[in-house]
Design a binder for this molecule. Structure first.
Ligand code: PRX
Length: 655
């Protein structure tokens, strides 16, 4: 049996003498106005496809579909295939046409303290200008555009302008290195990169456009232009003819633009994510099904009420959470939302709570790693603020431990708010497993149940369904509207990664371990493959290993994710030096940390690097990561009998 990589209290019991509830049933006042009711499960159960058709019907379609799902080319799904719509029209124009143009779409909060309120009217004008200018640049539907930007409004405008024109965007997290950017730009053959001069990081302007220049130096690339938003005013290197200022071009373009409808299966975006090999996977999402599920989940899981709520998802648009729950889901549902540019401790640890108070945030969606960081900073900080506007809290990115769950509810949620622990992935496009507020009695730490319209099973390696109480592999046994449609340029890898494992059953293998407890609540236990989850960021061991062996002093490297109290997992590396290595000790360690930041991103920096004479290998040459995890987590070594040379590694463990 493959085991999950993280251990959690999965009993659902408090386990201590203090009488804390084991479950949190929905409260009357919340139930009375909740968007979702228990009937939603029944409707989906009665006719799944009809249920999804109903959800899709919430969007504006220029041409209605006749077939909800075409699964004949499985595992490539076609949802609403002969329907046509424009994603940006659904997120912007229709709200203006419905008379809500003056409603604030985005309360944007810049890191240095500047802010902008952007109405749906403003958003429409900006997206139209950008669409007109991108057209003038000669970009055509189907072309790819890379977006490498911090959390500025123009990043959202750029995504929507692409969607409006049928251009496929590929957002690259602005914390990624030039090497990582280049890899992604090349893989998608992007014709344009949109970026900023620099980005604010804890009061300092850090260069960003310079990273684009570095990425594009050397070999010629597919990129014809670099469009640059001025954000920090730092000096930037400039290539005439290639580089264009946003304020000289987009800002002067016509603010009227007629959106044209595209096929429901038109590619909307590619988003790269780590897999078990060194090369990131370009996850492909399309339009109609994706927008349907993003909007449906945002409406029901967050109980979002247009015109009333002030919603805040703290993710970055560089990740899928930012795509589905900052851009597409909320804007399709006419949300008023906060978008914040900086880190939670700029200028100090009060920042998020200041923002919640300033805008009267009602729905707050963040990651467990931040909750645990808040816990570390101490409850005096949130306690100094009026957080009484909050009425719902969300969690995403990694399992939330019951202790953090309770703290989140008590301290941030005033022991009042429901918490939705939402499980999903870049590949699933939208939330799949989560409580429904107003319906589900939640257990701290459990993602509870598949949403109406979604079907999940927990099975053993052979695909047999497991009894309640047993841990196994999480599979999705029915197609869903926002599912990935492939890996860009590598459909074989798409089949191998997700579908070959349970090919006979036609199930999607998520790569996570999970269990139903004896009450039938679903617990997600963590990855079962060589993917680490650091602060909710997916990082592959192979990617980090390849960055480490790229250093001339390193002969071999093995990387594992070790349990970490704040970040969920932390990266621990073991390296063997080459015979004539120039460096050792702290010098080498520092160089290796720099190499990983340079190759991938500072988010992939190892917490520890152990320089060792040997790695634990089986006789067939496979590195035994289980033993490395034992060392990294300070445990007694497990079974070493299959090692070539158990003594060497036992010495490492002792040392
Ligand atoms: O291991 C699961 C974990 O994050 C992985 C997906 O990562 P990514 O594609 O980067 O998307 C993150 C945001 C959706 C999953 O395979 N994960 C995500 N949410 C949860 C989770 N693990 C447990 N509980 C969650 N709520």
């Amino acid at each position: 049996m493959t085991s999950a990589t993280t251990d959690h209290d999965t009993t659902g019991q408090a386990g201590s003498a203090d009488a804390v509830p084991a479950t949190y049933p929905p409260e009357g006042a919340f139930i009375a106005t909740a968007n979702a009711g228990a009937a939603l499960y029944d409707r989906a159960e009665a006719d799944r496809l009809e249920f999804w058709a109903e959800q899709a019907g919430q969007l504006h379609w220029d041409q209605p579909w006749t077939q909800v799902l075409d699964w004949s080319d499985a595992p490539v799904a076609k949802w609403f295939a002969d329907g046509k719509l424009n994603v940006a029209y659904n997120c912007v124009d229709r709200h203006v046409l419905d008379g809500h143009g003056d409603q604030i779409a985005i309360h944007w909060e810049g890191e240095p303290g500047d802010s902008r309120d952007i109405t749906y009217n403003d958003l429409l004008a900006e997206v139209s200008r950008a669409a007109n200018y991108l057209t003038e640049l000669g970009l055509e539907a189907g072309d790819r555009v890379a977006i490498y930007m911090p959390m500025v409004p123009e990043a959202i405008v750029s995504m929507l302008a692409c969607a409006r024109l049928g251009l496929t965007h590929s957002v690259v997290f602005a914390g990624f290195s030039p090497t990582a950017l280049r890899q992604r730009v090349d893989d998608a053959s992007a014709r344009l990169i949109i970026t900023t001069d620099g980005q604010w990081r804890r009061g300092m302007a850090a260069p960003l456009k310079a990273a684009v220049d570095e990425a594009l130096g050397g070999e010629p690339s597919s990129v014809e232009h670099v469009l640059v938003v001025r954000r920090t005013n730092i000096d930037v290197p400039w290539t005439d003819g290639r580089d264009l200022w946003w304020h000289d071009t987009v800002t002067n373009a016509d603010a009227d633009h007629q959106a044209q409808a595209f096929d429901a299966e038109h590619p909307l975006f590619i988003l790269y994510t780590s897999g078990t090999t060194g090369k990131p996977k370009g996850i492909l999402h399309t339009s109609g099904g994706y927008l349907t599920q993003a909007a449906y989940t945002h409406h029901n899981v967050f109980d979002h009420k247009a015109g009333q709520d002030v919603y805040w998802c703290t993710a970055d648009i560089g990740w899928v959470t930012g795509h589905s729950y900052i851009v597409y889901g909320p804007l399709a549902n006419r949300a008023t939302q906060v978008v914040y540019e900086g880190t939670p401790n700029s200028p100090d640890e009060h920042r998020h709570f200041d923002i919640i108070e300033k805008y009267g945030v009602t729905i707050y969606y963040t990651a467990p790693t931040l909750v645990r960081t808040f816990m570390k900073w101490g409850r005096e900080i949130p306690d100094a603020h009026d957080l009484s506007t909050l009425r719902l809290l969300g969690s995403v990115g990694e399992p939330i431990n019951p202790e953090a769950w309770r703290w989140y509810r008590d301290v941030i949620g005033g022991n009042r708010t429901p918490i939705v622990d939402t499980w999903w992935q870049t590949e699933t496009g939208a939330i799949m497993i989560s409580p429904l507020p107003g319906v589900t009695a939640t257990k701290p730490g459990a993602a509870m149940a598949a949403l109406p319209g979604i079907s999940a099973k927990i099975v053993d390696d052979a695909g047999a369904e497991l009894d309640h109480g047993a841990s196994g592999l999480l599979v999705l046994d029915q197609p869903w509207p926002s599912m990935l449609r492939g890996i860009w340029g590598d459909m074989d890898r798409f089949r191998e990664t997700y579908w070959d494992r349970f090919a006979n059953d036609g199930w999607y293998f998520a790569g996570d371990g999970a269990k139903f407890d004896t009450d039938g609540a679903l617990w997600v236990l963590g990855r079962v493959d060589d993917v680490m989850n650091v602060s909710g960021h997916r990082i592959s061991t192979a990617e980090v290993e390849s960055a480490l062996v790229g250093h001339t002093d390193v002969a071999e490297a093995a990387v594992v994710g070790a349990t970490d109290a704040t970040t969920g997992q932390a990266i621990v590396a073991f390296v063997i030096r080459t015979a004539n290595a120039a460096h050792s000790g702290d010098t080498l360690t520092a160089e290796l940390i720099a190499a990983v930041s340079q190759e991938i991103s500072p988010i992939a920096r190892p917490r520890e690097i152990h320089i060792v004479p040997e790695l634990p290998k089986t006789r067939s040459g496979k590195i035994m990561r289980r033993l490395l995890r034992d060392v990294a987590e300070g445990r007694e070594l497990g079974d070493t009998s299959t090692l070539v040379d158990p003594q060497v590694f036992e010495a490492i463990a002792r040392g």
